[in-house]
Ligand binder design. Structure first.
Ligand code: PHE
Length: 359
């Protein structure tokens, strides 16, 4: 360090350095600890510090000058130390305050509202149906949406080429085998009956909601994808009276205390006897209105006593066990309950529709 200034010039320089550092720190709100330690290194640093350099030069100063030179350098050193210490304390406080402000929540800012999701009406209705049957001791079971011909038709007593298969237009899926191994999108939730019989022994009481598929054209009452809930009860001594009582209890808990059910004979290959189930119109209490087309009754499901051949296919002895099954359309019940005029509203995902509160 040959170019060291005199102690007096050094003092001038220090004050200038400090002033410049302060003005540079202005837009950060003032000096921060990092500025102080930079000044410390520059002026008092053990290796390159200017004051340290001046002290080291003391030995080269002529004898008669030594006392004065040494005194000025030492007093400069003490002055700088004192200034930096005071400024350092201030800088520490400033830094702490800034950190705290950065963490603080400004409670006067307007809240950022998040859009709130809602349950789809089909979900609301499905859960209500599940709740009604859970109260009667039913458990929810699940089955695949891609099924084989065996589960969807054959095991449910629809023989190959039987005309009952023509009642539903089926989507077939590539990649399956021939005959009963053919793959398809299930046309109803009834294949879950067979899946449950395979893995569970009676007593069986299950409920199985899910998507089903039929090759129907889209219109206000039809969609190629819709929803059903299957129910199955199998035990010793189950009779048609249990079927009727169960459905009546469901109608009372789901629709209204005063709801009644009406059964009319019909045909499904997998039940015998089979019935169409109607519930008394909850809107007019059987007086007849627009919703029930003046009849006082609304058809909500198919049902019947499980066919002995279906029990056999499921490995259950039809001599010992009997049971009943039912299947209802969730979409239709949802439209009825909420007065939704067009099935397509349930599938088009229009937020103006979805944002309504269904319960
Ligand atoms: N699976 C039948 C349908 O889709 C409904 C049904 C289920 C009927 C169970 C009787 C028993 O129409």
């Amino acid at each position: 360090m040959s170019e060291l200034p005199s102690p007096e010039d050094a003092r001038e320089q220090f004050l200038k350095d400090l002033a410049e550092t302060e003005s540079a720190a202005q837009n950060r709100g003032g000096l921060l600890p990092v500025d102080i330690s930079n000044l410390q290194v520059r002026w008092l640093g053990k290796k390159q510090g200017i004051v340290t350099g001046l002290l080291a030069r003391l030995k080269d100063v002529p004898k008669e000058e030594k006392a004065r030179f040494g005194g000025s350098v030492n007093s400069l050193k003490r002055e700088i130390e004192a200034r930096l210490e005071a400024l350092g304390t201030e800088a520490e406080r400033r830094a702490a305050r800034q950190a705290e402000e950065a963490r603080a929540v400004d409670v006067t800012l307007p809240a950022r509202l998040r859009p709130v999701g809602r349950l789809h009406p089909l979900t609301v209705v499905r859960r209500r149906i599940e709740a009604a049957f859970k109260n009667l001791g039913y458990e929810v079971a699940d089955g695949p949406e891609i099924e084989t011909d065996w589960y969807n038709f054959e095991s449910l007593n629809f023989p190959q080429n039987h005309p009952a298969r023509d009642a539903v237009d089926t989507f077939f899926v590539k990649g399956g085998g021939p005959g009963k191994d053919r793959l398809l999108l299930r046309t109803h939730t009834s294949p879950v009956q067979m899946r449950v019989m395979e893995r569970k022994r009676p007593p069986i009481r299950i409920l199985s909601p899910g998507r089903v598929f039929r090759k129907d054209d889209i219109d206000p009452r039809h969609s190629p994808v819709f929803h059903q809930v299957e129910g199955l009860t199998i035990d010793e001594g189950i009779t048609f009276a249990h079927l009727r009582g169960t459905l009546a209890a469901f109608a009372r808990s789901f629709f209204s205390e005063r709801a009644e059910v009406r059964l009319a004979p019909t045909f499904f290959p997998f039940v015998e006897p089979g019935v169409d189930v109607a519930v008394s119109c909850v809107f007019c209490e059987r007086k007849g209105c627009r919703i029930c087309s003046g009849s006082g009754w609304i058809e909500i499901m198919g049902a019947g006593m499980v066919h002995p051949r279906v029990l056999e296919a499921g490995g259950i002895d039809p001599e010992r066990f009997t049971g009943f099954a039912f299947g209802m359309g969730i979409d239709r019940i949802t439209m009825l309950l909420y007065g939704i005029p067009d099935l397509r509203l349930l599938f088009e995902n229009d937020v103006r529709f979805l944002d309504r509160v269904w319960n």
